[in-house]
Design a protein around this ligand. Structure first.
Ligand code: BG6
Length: 490
């Protein structure tokens, strides 16, 4: 395991500190880092929120959340008593900047510490909260601010947020989170591409037929249904997570892991995306919404049944064909799909290489199928390479695909840290390389806005799909039209 270096003493203020993200992800992540000795003695975590809560009430809610959300057997009474000493609660209303005394008091005299404000709130509060920090004199030279997604709902709202936060913090103090960038296997994509010389000559149009990106979830939208309605899968998953995966997969080799070297290469990919418009929205994109069905043998309701307003046309599934207009990728389609209530939680990138140029095995009964590389993101993270091999035995050549399979869990045999564990440490260390720069977020929105406009102009309808399936049939048709098919697990 990589050596864990403790981070400098810090004050981390979590706005929305009693909310779902803080309780489910951020505090468990910090607890794990504390257990591994990465949080120095003098570091503190301050939950800020609108409600009046005593310190005891706050601690009780964190303890309950940790017991529920840490892995089995990970909660430890002794460690909890040590960790809880770091926790503080401060009342602060985003729109009432005059009454931030709790926060001002708790931070007074600690200006030399690393100070991070994590906004785990609705994006409409990002501007007001940044402004509240500034007007209360809480922004120090070493301050950082972390913005959770969604960063707006289109280019215009994203710009407004960026402008408002930008009036209070410099760009290099702003950390826009996309938690996919903190996932071990997503980082492994960098290791695979740039830690091996084997693949680089093949990573281009001359060797690759097409690439498939799947981020499938078996869960529905659950308690977020009212929020999700009107957002949809394109804004929730493609604008950020899937486009970031495409960028890491398709970018040119950066000169280093320096914060701007990687981001400079990613932005070039975003700027090379062929726009989707009203003309090609119907042929290049698919929208779907789940109806009732069964997932893992359990009956589940449809999206509209979960909503109070039953006539929603919000997509819970999206599939699209993306084209990158540059020398490396011209003519190589990238097919993307993501959806809720699909058959399984399953995320992977599948690279299909070109067919052999000429088959010397004409008599064999199997076709020589193209080599596939599967980069499994979750679950069972790993890489699988399928190659053709001869079935043992005398006689002619019977070929079939066999797998060279690398499972990271089996190879490294350790717990995979949650993405937030890494990302929080990167913020505290002051390394923004794994966070999105303003130009990236805005370029991604610009492309997504084009699709949404294309949908509106072409009146692209939402196809229904049964919960527990792999999405609407139109998703298969998208590839079928090009003579291809999704490589899904059955
Ligand atoms: C979030 C989306 O960003 O990512 C959710 O808002 C989605 O809708 C989640 O469920 C998926 O994350 P993960 O890490 O479970 O793949």
């Amino acid at each position: 395991m990589a050596q864990l270096v403790p981070v400098d003493p810090f004050d981390l203020i979590i706005f929305g500190g009693t909310g779902d993200l803080a309780m489910r992800k951020l505090l468990p992540a910090l607890y794990h880092r504390d257990c591994d000795g990465q949080l120095t003695a003098d570091s503190r975590i301050i939950a800020a929120s609108r409600g009046a809560l005593s310190q005891d009430e706050y601690l009780a809610s964190v303890e309950a959340a940790l017991r529920e959300n840490l892995g089995e057997g990970d909660f430890d009474e002794t460690h909890w008593s040590q960790f809880s000493k770091r926790l503080h609660y401060a009342q602060a209303d985003a729109f009432d900047h005059e009454n931030w005394n709790d926060l001002v008091d708790v931070l007074a005299g600690r200006e030399d510490r690393v100070r991070v404000a994590y906004l785990a709130t609705a994006p409409s509060l990002f501007g007001p909260l940044a402004n509240g920090l500034k007007t209360n004199g809480l922004v120090t030279d070493s301050s950082r601010i972390v913005l959770e997604k969604p960063l707006g709902r289109d280019l215009e709202s994203a710009r407004e947020i960026n402008n408002a936060v930008g009036e209070c913090f410099r760009e290099n103090q702003i950390y826009r989170i996309d938690h996919y960038l903190g996932k071990e296997t997503v980082q492994n994509l960098l290791a695979l591409r740039f830690g091996n010389s084997l693949f680089e000559p093949l990573w281009r149009r001359s060797a690759i037929d097409h690439v498939q990106f799947t981020v499938a979830e078996d869960l529905g939208v659950g308690g977020r249904v009212e929020f999700y309605d009107g957002v949809g899968a394109l804004r929730d998953m493609v604008q950020n997570h899937l486009l970031q995966l495409v960028c890491l997969f398709a970018m040119e080799p950066p000169s280093s892991l320096d914060q701007n070297a990687v981001r400079d290469e990613k932005i070039k990919v975003l700027r090379s995306l062929k726009p989707v418009s009203a003309e090609n929205a119907r042929t290049n994109t698919v929208r779907g919404q789940y109806t009732e069905g069964a997932v893992k043998g359990k009956a589940v309701a449809g999206f509209r049944d979960e909503l109070s307003a039953k006539d929603s046309t919000t997509e819970t599934f999206v599939a699209l064909k993306l084209e990158i207009e540059n020398w490396r990728w011209s003519g190589v389609p990238f097919y993307l799909r993501t959806g809720k209530r699909l058959k399984a939680k399953h995320s992977e990138i599948v690279v299909q290489f070109q067919d052999v140029p000429h088959s010397i095995f004409p008599e064999q009964e199997y076709n020589v199928s193209p080599n596939l590389m599967r980069i499994r993101l979750q679950p069972d993270e790993g890489v699988q390479l399928s190659v053709m091999a001869k079935e043992p035995g005398p006689g002619g050549f019977d070929l079939r695909p066999v797998s060279l399979d690398l499972s990271f869990a089996e190879t490294f045999g350790i717990r995979y840290p949650d993405a937030y564990e890494r990302l929080l440490m990167e913020v505290l260390r002051g390394n923004p390389a794994l966070f999105m720069r303003r130009d990236e977020v805005e370029a991604a929105w610009e492309w997504i806005d084009g699709i949404i406009e294309g949908w509106q102009v072409s009146k692209l309808k939402v196809d229904s799909y049964v919960s527990g399936s792999w999405g609407p049939t139109a998703s298969s048709m998208l590839l079928d039209r090009d003579g291809r098919a999704w490589h899904q697990e059955s």
